[in-house]
Design a protein around this ligand. Sequence first.
Ligand SMILES: [Fe+2]
Ligand SMILES: [Fe+2]
Length: 142
Amino acid sequence: MTDRKPPLTASLEADHRELDELLGRFLAAADALDARRAIEEFDERLRTHMLLEEERLYSAQPARKLLPAEVESEHERLERGLLLEHVQIREISGMMRRLLEEKNDLPSARALWSNLARRWDAHTTREERELFPIVNRRIGES
Ligand SMILES: [Fe+2]
Ligand SMILES: [Fe+2]
């Protein structure tokens, strides 16, 4: 193979697919215990994945995020949007996890699933189509 992808974005993409599967496992869970195990694993791996991205992939500094829109570059705007999605997705995942761990409340956790899945899907699609190619070009140039 000559067109092999750089390892960082390739492994992040593989993470996305594994996390997709865990979301599917939550939905297919036979009972609250199964669902709890699936969302616990999803939540743990999601946090590790996002932390790695925030440390290795995203260049925006926290202070830069407060800049007004007109002095923000396209790339900064993209990163700001994606980082905000990280916060929102972690929040919903954590909420689902707490509902099962603290209240054993499967119906309420399930009610949040489509919101989580929709946001996760949109986020990973945007990273893979818009952010990863930029990162790969940057790696290729250095
Ligand atoms: Fe991300
Ligand atoms: Fe990601």
